[in-house]
Write a protein that binds this ligand. Structure first.
Ligand SMILES: Nc1nc2ncc(COP(=O)(O)OP(=O)(O)O)nc2c(=O)[nH]1
Length: 286
């Protein structure tokens, strides 16, 4: 099935004729790489504006860290963090907004506050999440995670990680389509670092073309993650900017249509070079 040329974000259409940049805006005290920096709405809006000016095509607002070992945040607290920021961003910025949440209550409130994309790292597995996403007009990014953030990195095992992740995502896409969600609202994400060893992450990354072949836009989020630190010989988070930009360009070369990143300017440069010099991936055909 050909990949859709645009993503319908609650009526606002994001063109996918070239790889797009999703800028990460964590309004949390404890995100693994930027926790606490953008908790106040004013700081969050300023950072989002800077990311858009640097080339971000969509801003992903998250109110709950999903780093390995993290504890869930009550939905009331998550709402308190994200709704004021979404409301301010909707008034201030011209780009679609994404809500990074697994809770149906937060999905519904965030879409009402202006989010045009629901980004669920839990693959819509929470009770009510599939219905909440399908009932909205928002685009939906479904991500694969093995287990929960609290325990997912404790010896994750697969018989064939690529086949199992693609199978899960294909089933989720089919479930959404069965509820009447059109293809141009669905994005798939293999979930790098979410219940995967370095070897699993490498196999998934090198196998991205197989996920792309399912026919839905693929989102890749490896920005600043420990897999990059491991490749660089246990490099700390602050030293992973170049690696994150390179990985974004490589993902685009495998056919990813959205890259979720913290360092937007570096990524924009890397994607520009990839477009100019990299192997061209067949353009979307619809
Ligand atoms: N679709 C998608 N969403 C994601 N949300 C959070 C993180 C984790 O990164 P970050 O938000 O920077 O950290 P934390 O979860 O600690 O806030 N990674 C992904 C990802 O790979 N794909």
């Amino acid at each position: 099935m050909p990949v859709s040329l645009t993503l319908d974000c609650s009526g606002r259409r994001l063109r996918l004729d070239r790889p797009r940049i999703m800028g990460v805006l964590n309004v949390t005290p404890d995100s693994f790489s930027d926790g606490g920096r953008f908790l106040e709405p004013e700081a969050a809006v300023a950072h989002a504006r800077a990311m858009v000016e640097a080339g971000a095509d969509i801003i992903d607002v998250g109110g709950e860290s999903t780093r390995p070992g993290s504890e869930p945040v009550p939905f009331e607290e998550e709402l308190r963090r994200v709704i004021p920021v979404l409301t301010a961003l909707r008034a201030a910025l011209p780009v679609p907004l994404s809500i990074d949440t697994s809770k149906p209550e937060v999905m519904r409130a965030a879409v009402a506050a202006g989010a045009g994309l629901i980004n669920d790292v839990n693959g819509l597995r929470a009770p009510g999440a599939l219905a909440a996403a399908a009932d909205s007009a928002a685009a939906i990014c479904v991500m694969h995670m093995r287990g929960t953030p609290r325990s997912m990195q404790r010896e994750p095992r697969y018989d064939d990680v690529l086949r199992e992740v693609c199978g899960f995502l294909a089933e989720r896409a089919s479930a959404l389509r069965g509820l009447g969600v059109p293809a141009d609202r669905i994005v798939l994400d293999p979930g790098f670092g979410f219940g995967k060893t370095l070897e699993h992450n490498v196999a998934l990354f090198r196998g991205l073309a197989e996920l792309v072949s399912l026919g839905y836009p693929v989102l890749v989020g490896v920005s600043r993650k420990s897999m990059l630190g491991a490749i660089l010989g246990d490099r700390p988070v602050e030293g992973r900017v170049t690696a994150s930009a390179v990985a974004a360009a490589l993902a685009a070369g495998y056919g990813a249509r959205i890259v979720r990143v913290h360092d937007v300017a570096a990524t924009a440069d890397a994607l520009a070079v990839q477009r100019a010099l990299g192997r061209t991936v067949g353009p979307p055909t619809t």
